[in-house]
Design a protein around this ligand. Structure first.
Ligand code: CU
Length: 185
């Protein structure tokens, strides 16, 4: 084997190595957060596609310190006493898939000036009670909204006083198929 052949071989190997390094630097490097960013983007797109609200931002420090899978497990110590005046509505266990049966009773009649208290008795998911017919209702949350940043979890309550007569439909922003109605007379 002549020295010319060896020189050519070394040159070709050098060029190949350089090409690999350049390609890696140019398009190959995706960084350690790539999969995470792809997942976040996919979630955003899917939420928009299905008309779901943006992912709620959890600020409650006790919730943040709890692993997501354990967050909404039964903790009866947290259950607060039901309200004294007004009427009570329960968010029943398994409410997320129960549509109009998610709230009990799903239709409640009250007199103007009195209040309704919703108590979350569901161990499997968190919810909101939000006035309106659905997420795309321009008037959603105008009359009342328990809020996406203060989600209702097991034992939590939300109260609202109704001062004007009328029919007020409401739903859950996390599970928009959960619907109920307050009739104020
Ligand atoms: Cu819900």
């Amino acid at each position: 084997m002549g020295s010319k052949t060896v020189a050519w071989s070394i040159l070709i190997m050098g060029i190949s190595l350089a090409a690999v390094v350049i390609l890696w630097a140019w398009i190959g490097y995706i960084g350690p957060t790539y999969s995470r960013e792809v997942l976040i983007t996919q979630q955003k797109v899917l939420r928009q596609h299905y008309g779901l609200p943006p992912r709620p931002v959890i600020t409650d420090p006790t919730l943040l310190l709890t692993p997501p899978s354990l967050r909404y497990l039964s903790n009866t110590a947290n259950i607060t006493a039901a309200s004294t005046g007004g009427k009570d509505v329960s968010i029943v266990p398994g409410a997320a898939t129960l549509a109009s049966k998610a709230f009990s009773p799903d239709l409640i009649n009250i007199k103007a000036g009195s209040s309704v208290t919703w108590t979350d008795k569901d161990t499997t998911a968190s919810h909101t009670v939000t006035s309106g017919t659905g997420y795309n209702d321009a008037n959603k949350g105008k009359e009342f909204d328990s809020g996406l940043s203060t989600l209702l979890t097991l034992g939590k309550t939300f109260s609202h006083t109704f001062n004007t007569a009328g029919e007020i439909p409401y739903f859950c922003q996390i599970h928009p198929t959960m619907v109920g109605k307050v009739v104020v007379s």
